[in-house]
Design a protein around this ligand. Sequence first.
Ligand SMILES: [Fe+2]
Length: 263
Amino acid sequence: MIVPADIEDDTGGVTRPARIAPGVTCTRRRAIGSMVGAFGLWFAGCRSATVANGEQGIGAQGIGLEQLLMQLRPRARELLALPGGGSAAQEEDYLRLVANCMSQLRPESEWTHDRDRPITMAARAYVPPMMLYELVLAPGARLELHDHRDYDGVLATIEGQVAVDSYHYATASGGHRSVLGSGVPTEASFLVRRTARQQLQRGDCASLARDRDNLHELVAGPAGCRLLDCFTHFRDGAGSHELVLEPVPVDAASGLFRAAWKG
Ligand SMILES: [Fe+2]
C-alpha cells in the first residue's frame, strides 16, 4: 500500500526519486514541475463528463498510483484549506480533476484479489486526506446503498461492468436536501431521491460530492468488475453508513423513496 512516505515528506519537500514514467525518475519538486505542464495536456485531452468513454484512458500507457497521488494530493489540501472545504463549484472542479487523472490510470499487477468472495476491498494508498481503495465484485454482486459522509470520491472501472444508482437526500416536497452544515438526517426515516442510473464499463469514471449523489449502490455486471475508488476526506472520522429503502417508492416517476439508516 502506498503511504505518505512514498509521496513526499511531512514538509512537502524533496524526499526521494519518484518514477514518473517508465525509465524516468526525478525528485519530487522536479516531478511536480514537470507534470504541471504535462497535466495541462492530460486535462485538455481527457473527458470532462462525469462518465467517461472507455475507448481511451485506462491502459498500458497510463499513469501509476504514485503519479496520481502526486498530482492530486496538493489540490486536495488546497480545497480542504478553503472555508468549509470550498464551495460546491470548487469541489466539482476538484472532482473533474480527479476523474481526469483516474481516466489515465494504468492497471498494476498488484491489483489482484481473491475472487471467491462476492465483494473484496483493499486499501491501495492512504495519504491523508486521500485514500485509494480497490474493490472487486463477483458477477452480479451488490454493494448495498451507503453514504460517503464528509468525503467525496471518484470511482473508476478497471475491469468489467457495474451499474451505479445514485441518490441524494430530499426535502418533504422532494427537492434537494443539503447536508452541508446541517448534517445528515437523524429522523427515523427520511426521503431520498434517485439522481442517476449509470452503466459503467472499463475506463468509465463516476463521481460523487459531499452534497451531490452522495448515496449510491453498485451491482456488478455478468462478468463482475474491478474498481478503484479515489476518496478525499474532508474531516477526521469521515466514513460510510448503510441505508435501506422502503420497497415501494413514494413517487416512482421522480425516483423518490423513503429511507432509514441500517442498524
Ligand atoms: Fe461507495
